[in-house]
Design a binder for this molecule. Structure first.
Ligand SMILES: Cc1cc2nc3c(=O)[nH]c(=O)nc-3n(C[C@H](O)[C@H](O)[C@H](O)COP(=O)(O)OP(=O)(O)OC[C@H]3O[C@@H](n4cnc5c(N)ncnc54)[C@H](O)[C@@H]3O)c2cc1C
Length: 449
């Protein structure tokens, strides 16, 4: 075995700074056999094992005091069939690296979220999603998984082979095993036409269903003290479209100015002012809202889907039945002005189709995703607590990777297949080798079914 436990007691921290841990052992496997060995070797030492992604979950989903499996050397495409679009990828590959490799094959992922820094397995395991009323989360693009189970054995699962493990492990929080490879169903590369424009938030809510249905990828941002929302519509450019009929790509200087300077450097500066003088936040928030401007451009799908996110924040996100979005936003609008600590960051609203993945936030219903954020270092607890009580009224399901306080007792009624998930977990990992405190909170002990 080439991977050696690091001699130091390095601390693991997530991107947002909301979770940290000191693993007893670090492993950076380069081969599948090393992943199997790391899992097997943990048992006699009485250690648990967690696979690490890029640390972009706000929850302590990846935290471990046992063996931290750093999969950053376990990357790349293993096999690709450009005819069927089936591509098998090592689990530690970031979405960014994967997108670049797929480009070279003339392929792309059908949908992505806002960033591409996550690893493929990390993104899948927490139910990461983008937006699009006719599309499910990233896990719906998975055709097969290969996992290392608690006894160190390797299994593959798909809709036809071990279908229960497949239904559980596609959004499985690392509770069933270490995902080693993922087979994705990719689509031919495509171009998106992006249209972003401010609209009064009442108007957006009034037309919400129509906007969701009429666009391939629709979302809006709303600064909670402002009246304007920024509506983003990304639509696929039909093959054979005339270039002059669509907006041109953004020139590099404008991309830099708008994404790096305005949306990161300038917004970051405003946030720092707000953190220093919190009473200014509602005005700064209205200023950000008033400064929203229109833009339209065309680009490769993966570049249009994602934007750089350099200003750090804390986030909570819930999936709610799509028809209850109006109620949730109305309650949020009532709640935000009453908060003791004002909110610097916008609310983001997205949509997704229903799917059949047991722990997907989109399981069995069309969803609207409502994400709330607060700038790093500013208090957020009251805001997030109130938000949770609002979405609880409409059976909201928390994003597994974003801050929430729900436990197994409260999650169980939200997921019709919750008990089946727990049964499959108990069969796959009866000793809780892949456990951690977060999993115990959200699922209960591994053997408890
Ligand atoms: C700036 C920012 C933007 C974001 N945008 C979006 C968005 O648009 N949409 C959205 O839905 N979410 C979004 N997220 C949330 C993010 O996609 C998820 O939290 C995702 O899980 C992070 O992936 P990661 O690689 O960092 O995994 P980590 O956070 O490191 O790990 C997540 C979970 O996956 C498990 N895991 C990792 N690798 C494996 C493996 N090989 N086998 C088994 N389990 C494994 C870990 O143990 C852990 O339980 C965003 C987060 C940030 C910080």
């Amino acid at each position: 075995m080439t991977s050696q436990p690091a001699p130091d007691r390095r601390v693991w921290k997530n991107w947002a700074g909301t979770a940290s841990a000191t693993p007893a052992r670090w492993c950076r496997p380069r081969h599948e056999a090393e992943i199997c060995a790391a899992v097997k070797d943990a048992a006699p030492a009485g250690l648990t094992v967690r696979a690490l992604g890029s640390g972009h979950s706000f929850t302590a989903a990846a935290a471990t005091s046992g063996v931290a499996l750093d999969l950053s050397a376990w990357t790349g495409i293993v096999a690709a069939d450009t005819r069927t679009g089936l591509v098998t990828v090592r689990s530690g590959t970031t979405l960014r690296a994967l997108g670049a490799e797929l480009d070279g094959l003339g392929l792309a992922m059908a949908n992505l979220g806002d960033i591409d820094a996550q690893t493929l397995a990390g993104a899948l395991s927490t139910g990461t999603h983008g937006t699009g009323a006719r599309l499910g989360g990233l896990a719906t693009q998975v055709e097969a998984l290969e996992l290392v189970l608690a006894d160190g054995s390797v299994v593959t699962c798909s809709a036809s082979s071990r279908p229960e493990l497949f239904a559980a492990a596609r959004v499985g929080l690392g509770a069933l095993g270490v995902i080693t490879t993922v087979t994705l169903r990719c689509v031919p590369s495509f171009t998106l036409v992006a249209d972003e424009r401010p609209m009064p938030v009442e108007e957006v809510l009034g037309q919400f269903d129509a906007l969701a249905e009429a666009n391939d990828h629709f979302e809006f941002y709303w600064f909670p003290y402002g009246r304007q929302a920024l509506v983003k519509r990304n639509n696929r450019l039909p093959a054979g479209s005339v270039a002059s009929a669509v907006p041109p790509p953004l020139p590099a200087w404008r991309r830099f100015w708008e994404f790096e300077v305005m949306e990161n450097a300038a917004f970051g500066a405003l946030c720092r002012v707000g953190r220093t003088v919190p009473r200014l936040i509602p005005s700064l928030n209205r200023l950000s809202s008033a400064a929203l401007s229109s833009r339209a451009y065309t680009g490769t799908s993966r570049k249009v889907f994602v934007t750089p996110r350099r200003v750090r924040f804390a986030e909570s996100e819930y999936a709610v039945p799509r028809e209850s979005l109006g109620h949730v936003i109305a309650e949020l609008r009532r709640a935000v002005p009453r908060l003791v600590d004002p909110v610097m960051f916008p609310v983001e609203v997205r949509v997704a189709a229903a799917d059949d993945i047991w722990l997907s936030t989109g399981y069995g219903r069309e969803s609207a995703y409502v994400a709330i954020h607060q700038y790093t270092g500013l208090p957020y607890q009251q805001y997030f607590d109130w938000f949770e009580s609002i979405v609880a009224e409409v059976a909201g399901r928390p994003h597994w990777g974003k801050l929430h306080s729900l436990d197994a007792r409260r999650l169980r009624p939200l997921y019709p297949r919750f008990d089946e998930f727990r049964r499959v977990r108990a069969e796959a990992d009866p000793d809780g080798r892949f456990g951690n405190a977060y999993l115990t909170r959200v699922f209960g002990p591994a053997h408890d079914i």
